[in-house]
Structures are given as structure tokens and as C-alpha cells.
Design a protein around this ligand. Structure first.
Ligand SMILES: [Zn+2]
Ligand SMILES: [Zn+2]
Length: 352
């Protein structure tokens, strides 16, 4: 089968022809992948940054956000049928620890992630525990169903930060920032401001009809954010850039008592003025990872069914999987929203 693989420990990503997977094991299901999204995580693995080099064994088939159809079912799996269309939670938690047993499986310390710790979804087939599957309603098209995972990251962040009737600043306009902006608006934020230096991503943010889109390189950026929040600064900051300077600027402008949710992963340690910008202002810093299982999935499904136009604006590219190098180049240039790879074009089985 065709796969997209991190073949060796250096910058780059390669296609590889691998044997089909054996029949699924106990509790497992085989899914024939229809489409899969390229995530920031995949991009980190492509560039082979310090995080990837310390985490990913090679060779590794990458990819973790996908939609597909069940093609084989292992022993002891009930409630699923061959041919059903599914997405899946890519974090395979242990299911036994105290965190898993108290509704916090997204921070289980024994989590394995497909496409990171075990073979992923940039392949014609992926094997996944049945307990991780999510049945996709017919009304959600494949190109949207492929991105349940990043919409889930955004949903988890927005839900945790409690944005209703608040002034919200989103720092970073990649796909998760764009999804978060759309979700924050839908959750009744008083104002939604998105900050992004890249012009192409700024243009996508404009198409979401937010209250304000600002460029941090523009000298009016700070005063424009203060104007729209009537001088108070944002009550909620959603940090998805992973940029230390941007985080410091956001903490500086945030209103006292603000909730600052952090999802972007910095490339290394970040220096913060904790005394002046966090302690004395009574700021709450919250780390956001993954999705709540499966509360977030119910929320994302409802959001996708109600707002297909917003998902459509952020998913800017659907490419044949064989053109994956172009997809990674688009991400390198920041010239895109979400890029989805179509794994079935060659077989013409199903249009994405
Ligand atoms: Zn992802
Ligand atoms: Zn666990």
C-alpha cells in the first residue's frame, strides 16, 4: 500500500510502498483511509525539530487526522460494521489509570498517538482500537470529517477558556487558530480578534467575518486591540502560535483576571515576566492538549453539522495524496488553511 513515511531521521518526508496490514487484532478495527489532514504535528516531523527527533522512531508512517471506511473488524469488537464511515481519536489512552478513569484521558501519561508512536493514517489502511472510533454522520463530507481532530483541539481550547460574552484574542492564524476563531464567535464571544502575520492566513481570517484581524508587525496592532476592547484588553487569550514573543505581548495586553489558554508548542523554553504579567494581574494560564474524550467529539460533530460553511473556508486545499510534497510546501510557506490529502483519488472509489 501507498504510505507517507518518515523514512530517516532528517528533514523531509517520503512515500513508501509497504505491505498491506495483517488482519486487525483483538479490539481493533481496520480502516481504509479516504482522506487525512496534514497537521502542525506532521509539519514538525517533516522539519525534524528537537521535539520530533526526541520522540519519533524511524521509519514511521505519519498522519493522525483522518476519515475512512471500516474494512475489517477484530475479535471482541461490537457495534461497528464493515463499510461504516468513521474518524477516530488519535490519542490511544491506557483506559486504566486514574486520569483515564476520571474523564481526563486526554492527559493520560501512557498515551500512544497514531502517526507519532505507532503507524499512522497517511496510508491506504490504518489499524485503530474500536474504542477510539467516531461514526461520521452522512451529512458531514469527507473533507470536513478528515479534520475532526484539529477542530477538536480548537473546540477543547475555546470550551475550556469560557468565551461567552468575553473579548477574545486569538494569537496565531493557522488552521487551529482559524477554527478557534469561528468556534469562539459561535459560542457568543463579545468580540473575536485574530492576530496573524501571514497575509494569506489573514485573508482566510477576514473571510470568517471576525470583529478584527490584526498583523503583529503593524505598529497599530496593540492600539487596535485596545480600541475594540474599550481599553480593557482581551478577557481571554487563545495562544496557538507557540511564539514566545507573541505570548509575552499577549500577556502584556490581556485584561487583569484574563484566562490565557496555551495550545501552541514553543520550540524551546520561553522566558516570561511571571511576577508582573501573570501573578500581579491574576492571570490564569491553562495548557490545552488533545480533545476531551468524548465530550469534545460530540461538540465538534454538532458544530460541523451546523456550520459547514465555516469549516469549508478553513479547509483550503484537497490534494491527491501522491502530491503530499506540495502540501508540505504550502505549509512551509503558510500559503494555506488546512490541507487535506485524498487517499482514494487513484482508485476513484469515493470523491472527497
Ligand atoms: Zn492534528
Ligand atoms: Zn490512562
Amino acid at each position: 500500500m501507498f504510505t507517507i513515511t518518515k523514512a530517516k531521521p532528517e528533514r523531509g518526508i517520503w512515500s513508501s510502498d509497504q505491505p498491506s496490514l495483517p488482519a486487525p487484532g483483538r479490539g481493533m478495527v481496520m480502516v481504509d483511509v479516504i482522506a487525512a489532514g496534514i497537521c502542525g504535528t506532521d509539519y514538525h516531523i517533516y522539519t525534524w525539530d528537537a521535539w520530533s527527533a526526541g520522540r519519533i522512531p524511524t521509519p514511521m508512517t505519519i498522519g493522525h487526522e483522518f476519515v475512512g471506511r471500516i474494512s475489517a473488524i477484530g475479535e471482541d469488537v461490537t457495534g461497528f460494521e464493515i463499510g461504516e464511515r468513521v474518524s477516530a481519536e488519535c490519542h490511544i489512552a491506557c483506559g486504566k489509570c486514574a486520569l483515564c478513569r476520571t474523564g481526563n484521558a486526554h492527559i493520560c501519561e501512557k498515551t500512544e498517538i497514531i502517526g507519532v508512536d505507532r503507524p499512522g493514517a497517511f496510508a491506504e489502511q490504518v489499524e485503530i482500537p474500536a474504542t477510539n472510533l467516531w461514526k461520521v454522520p452522512d451529512a458531514i463530507p469527507n473533507k470536513h470529517a478528515a479534520v475532526f481532530d484539529p477542530v477538536g483541539n480548537a473546540m477543547h481550547m475555546v470550551s475550556t477558556a469560557k468565551v461567552t460574552a468575553r473579548d477574545v484574542l486569538i494569537v496565531g492564524g493557522g488552521p487551529i487558530g482559524l477554527f478557534a476563531a469561528a468556534i469562539a464567535k459561535a459560542h457568543g464571544a463579545r468580540t473575536v480578534v485574530l492576530q496573524e502575520p501571514n497575509q494569506a492566513r489573514g485573508a482566510i481570517a477576514h473571510s470568517l467575518e471576525l470583529d478584527l484581524v490584526v498583523n503583529p508587525r503593524d505598529e497599530n496592532c496593540r492600539s487596535d486591540i485596545l480600541d475594540i476592547t474599550e481599553g480593557r484588553g482581551p478577557d481571554v487569550v487563545l495562544e496557538v502560535s507557540g511564539n514566545g514573543a507573541a505570548l509575552n505581548a499577549a500577556l502584556d495586553i490581556a485584561a487583569p483576571g484574563a484566562i490565557v489558554a496555551l495550545l501552541g508548542i514553543p520550540g524551546g523554553p520561553v522566558e516570561l515576566d511571571l511576577g508582573g504579567k501573570v501573578v500581579m494581574k491574576g492571570i490564569s494560564l491553562i495548557g490545552i492538549t488533545g480533545r476531551r474524550m468524548f465530550e469534545t467529539w460530540f461538540q465538534v460533530e454538532a458544530f460541523m453539522l451546523k456550520n459547514p460553511d465555516l469549516i469549508e473556508k478553513v479547509v483550503t486545499h484537497v490534494l491527491p495524496a501522491k502530491d503530499f510534497e506540495y502540501g508540505f510546501k504550502l505549509m512551509d510557506d503558510g500559503a494555506c488553511g488546512k490541507v487535506v490529502l485524498d487517499f482514494q483519488t487513484s482508485q476513484l472509489k469515493e470523491a472527497v
